[in-house]
Design a protein around this ligand. Sequence first.
Ligand SMILES: [Ca+2]
Ligand SMILES: [Ca+2]
Length: 365
Amino acid sequence: MDFPVSKIFGLAVIISVTLACNSNKSENQASDSEAMTLSSSKEPREKEPGMAWIPGGEFIMGTNEEDAYDPEKPAVDLKVAGFWMDTHEVTNAEYTAFTEATGYVTVAERKPDWEELKLQVPPGTPKPHDSLLVAGSMVFTPPPVAVPTDDISRWWSWVIGANWRHPEGPGSDLKGRENHPVVHMAFEDAKTYAEWAGKRLPSEIEWEFAARGGINGKRFAWGDELHPNGQFLANTFQGNFPNENLGTDGFVGTSPVKTFAPNTFGLYDMIGNVWELTDDWYDALKYARLAGQAPKLDATMNPCYNPNNPFAQERVIKGGSYLCAANYCVNYRPSARQGHSFDSGTSNVGFRCVKTTGTKSLSLN
Ligand SMILES: [Ca+2]
Ligand SMILES: [Ca+2]
């Protein structure tokens, strides 16, 4: 598992912060691991524009595959109630409509708040100079030649002025990308949009159920082959990551939503294009806890656990992105999961929304 890409990582490269151990959290939430009442999975009569009805049911979450990452294991049987889900990732055009209606300014467009950032670094870490605490985000910056894949700073750069309006930084814009997924989304950016739209972010369980499209126990969302009959079914990375982005699937960056075939639930780009934020805190032992192989979290415990980043305040992202490659992360699978710092966006993270009538969060375990 690679080190999560985040604002504090980008700044840490600059201020040479060494990450050590910490467990404080400003919020304690474990909604995804709470048992909840399964509501009706019957499709409501009233349709939701731009959304597909996900009928709910039993499924196998996670995997027992030997070469999968530990946080994806083991496979567990779960039930999910029905819900509506956006058929595609939220686009730049949709996010533009939201900001025009509300005046909302995203996290990457704001000056970083040291009072929040210092909670994610060892106590006593000196405050960086004000000249470094300026608005920006992490941008994929491929090296010109092949490099070892053990250090993400070789291809992720902290770019001042990068945000959803300027995905590669100042000088880049959204022209011709209106129908591409919005990127550089921090959790607050996605959640605020969802609330404005009368929707919410999916739980990880809901997201994985929807991505599998009713196909249980398969490595990929569509079966066991990455390219059945030579077809590309998702926007991922072909070639040697990170320097050789061949774009054999037609795209070296994001693609317009709905370019690739939908899954059996009618959902596009659940795999690839951009990673998608969920409402859940990242817990590397979540699947093990659900299977009874690790102690359950209680209300007094830190809801976020990432052994690679003990300072983590991360939400789960799912589905992989246009940067997922066979020689590196192989995260274009429904069980793949990563933690994503709550206050950070990157040039390959977006989201989509869900909606339920009645009670919220309908995952059972
Ligand atoms: Ca691609
Ligand atoms: Ca996606």
